[in-house]
Design a protein around this ligand. Structure first.
Ligand code: G
Ligand code: G
Ligand code: MN
Ligand code: NA
Length: 254
């Protein structure tokens, strides 16, 4: 409860900050976008990892306010960078299952896009496989509405859930993100290598782009390139960065 009050306060006092992890096109080596990852730095407790406070925020309902904050941050920052003349970048926001099933996500996102003037096609929502497993009819409808508004959709942590291929085929997805657990052992474990390869082929068969998460070495990247993976993110290129550091990194490549 103390933690919940603190988180509420942190949100109000602007002590939550979004970091940006570059997403890179494998063929060109260029940054094409970034995933926003929230950070909470508390004056007394120091850095509190999202793995810790996101589940808490989900159970107490604060996730809706936090989710709104991150979406607004993405669109505001994205628009500011466009106005500054930086190359158009896709910004990816993690959307919790709770936000996804509440029923007003589409309206919320559309209203933020309108008030910030950020182009819908540069915003991507990342939803985990498990978030899509509940009310499938409704999930499909929500996704179709978001898609109709021009927003991109990605499936996060792919390979760890239980999506059937029949279901996956019905989802209006743009991007499939291969879970970091497969990439981690892609060069040392043949099963993980074959699974990654199969996921990449599956994505392409369904006409989705595919991104590998958690790439940490040149060897992993080389293998992914051979497998025709489209994009990657990971410490090999950059860890998540504060907005200004990310902007500096972008400026180096233009
Ligand atoms: O950078 P990393 O430690 O940040 O993130 C840990 C976990 O927290 C990841 O599973 C990530 O999806 C989740 N996370 C980070 N930022 C957000 C956010 O803005 N919203 C939600 N729902 N989850 C987030
Ligand atoms: O669950 P989700 O994919 O949204 O969150 C991504 C998580 O992975 C974040 O905690 C992020 O900081 C972390 N991450 C990003 N790149 C790497 C990497 O190369 N290695 C490891 N170990 N973690 C990473
Ligand atoms: Mn993610
Ligand atoms: Na992930």
């Amino acid at each position: 409860l103390v933690m919940e009050a603190k988180l509420r306060q942190a949100l109000k006092m602007n002590q939550l900050e979004c970091y940006y992890q570059p997403q890179i096109a494998i063929t060109t080596g260029k940054i094409v976008g970034a995933e926003l990852l929230i950070r909470w730095c508390d004056a007394e407790q120091g850095f509190i990892p999202p793995d810790h406070f996101i589940p808490m925020a989900e159970s107490c309902g604060l996730i809706h306010a936090i989710g709104h904050f991150v979406l607004e941050q993405a669109c505001t920052q994205g628009y500011a960078w466009l106005v500054q003349g930086l190359p158009a970048l896709k910004l990816s926001v993690n959307v919790s299952a709770h936000q996804f099933s509440k029923g007003d996500l589409e309206q919320q996102v559309i209203s933020i896009l309108q008030s910030t003037a950020f182009p819908a096609h540069l915003l991507e929502l990342e939803v985990t496989e498990s978030a899509l497993m509940h009310d499938k009819e409704r999930v499909i409808r929500t996704m179709q509405q978001l898609r109709a508004a021009g927003i991109r959709l990605a499936i996060d942590d792919f390979g760890t859930g239980y999506s059937s291929l029949a279901y996956l085929q019905q989802l209006p997805l743009d991007l499939l993100k291969v879970d970091r657990s497969f990439i981690e052992k892609i060069t040392s474990n043949d099963a993980d290598k074959q699974i990654s390869k199969a996921i990449i082929e599956l994505a392409h068969t369904l006409r989705f782009d595919v991104l590998a998460e958690g790439v940490e070495t040149a060897e992993q990247l080389a293998l992914l390139k051979d497998m025709a993976c489209d994009y990657y993110q990971g410490y090999y290129y950059s860890k998540p960065l504060p907005a200004e550091a990310f902007r500096q990194l972008l400026l180096q490549q233009v």
